[in-house]
Design a protein around this ligand. Structure first.
Ligand code: SF4
Ligand code: SF4
Ligand code: SF4
Length: 316
């Protein structure tokens, strides 16, 4: 019998839903075993009856629930709670769901300051009252899904890797556990490392790393050793794809000649990427003090779970 799946998107950009489509042909093999009973991105299934005539939220019961996006509004909290009630196994898909994601950078500011900035201090809009009519109220901050309801499976990444979605769904279909191994992006990165930086300066990521397209990866120097802020040492592995031909797994951004930005989040629960990254930078001879806005930069995907909070006001 097909496994019933319910999918919901909360505080999202939609990229994680595109990841499901990006699975490509393997999705066709899985589809025969899956019965999507609820998926707002594809199905017109209203929460309160098709004509809005019900007063209880209607999410059908499912074996597997998949939630993308963090929790920013009262409505999203209600949907997450309803998904938890209706789904036997709950999956957090993508870094917004797992850690709050990029939207949780707003957790660095009190809600009142955000309203002030958006509705009254923006140079490009006419100042106005904060809208309240017919809109779900915002929560005090952005929450990861597991701060609101228990989550059984976490698949981080912004967006995540389609291969991981297949592996997770296949494991669930076979009644097995799915958990990413605690390895770093560096652990699966094939570039050449000499354990010391080529210079003392941290460079802007907008400048291009030195590489020769088509050369074996061992001929390309580690991006951090070239002076770029690459978060590979403190980021969970899982984004890599096997290259055709030699079968080498290359992390996604490294393959695009860009440093890792840390989108898969910390390698293990409780790790502190900010502290660990400052140590990694110093250990190869770069000056960690040169990292701009390090609190935001090194926590940019993981601001939920209380990692980013408003700082106390400075005395004037
Ligand atoms: S994790 Fe990234 S791709 Fe997924 S919803 Fe959030 S911002 Fe979009
Ligand atoms: S720091 Fe970046 S480029 Fe260097 S090995 Fe780690 S992931 Fe690869
Ligand atoms: S290399 Fe880093 S930022 Fe890029 S996809 Fe992988 S984990 Fe995310």
């Amino acid at each position: 019998m097909a496994v019933k799946v319910a999918e919901e998107w909360l505080n999202i950009c939609g990229g994680c839903e595109v990841t499901i489509l990006d699975i490509g042909e393997p999705l066709l093999d899985l589809l025969g075993q899956l019965n999507f009973v609820h998926m707002p991105v594809l199905m017109d299934h209203k929460y309160f009856g098709q004509t809005g005539d019900k007063d209880q939220m209607e999410i059908p019961e499912a074996d597997v629930g998949i939630i993308s996006g963090g929790v920013r509004t009262e409505k999203e909290k209600h949907v997450a709670e309803e998904m938890r009630k209706k789904c036997k196994t709950l999956v957090a898909l993508g870094s917004c769901a797992c850690y709050g994601g990029i939207p949780a950078m707003a957790n660095m500011f009190p809600l009142a300051d955000l309203y002030q900035k958006v509705y009254r201090d923006s140079k490009t809009t006419d100042p106005a009252e904060t809208p309240a009519k017919d809109l779900p109220p915002l929560l005090d901050r952005v929450y990861a899904v597991d701060e609101v309801v228990p989550v059984d499976v976490s698949i981080p990444g912004c967006p995540t890797n389609p291969d991981l979605v297949v592996q997770a769904l296949t494991a669930l279909l076979e009644g097995k556990e799915f958990k990413l191994e605690e390895r770093s992006v560096c652990d699966e990165c094939p570039v050449k490392r000499e354990k010391k930086a080529a210079g003392g300066q941290i460079k802007r990521t907008l400048d291009s790393v030195e590489f020769q397209q088509g050369q074996p990866w061992e001929n390309t120097r580690c991006y951090m050793e070239q002076g770029y802020l690459c978060l590979g040492p403190v980021t969970l592995a899982g984004c890599g794809h096997k290259e055709e031909g030699n079968g080498t797994t290359v992390p996604r951004c490294i393959k695009g000649y860009m440093p890792c930005r840390g989108c898969f989040g910390p390698i293990r629960k409780g790790a502190n990427p900010l502290v660990d990254m400052m140590t990694a930078i110093s250990s190869i001879g770069l000056d960690a003090k040169q990292v701009p806005d390090r609190r935001a930069l090194l926590n940019r995907y993981i601001g939920g779970q209380n990692r980013l909070r408003p700082l106390p006001a400075r005395p004037r």
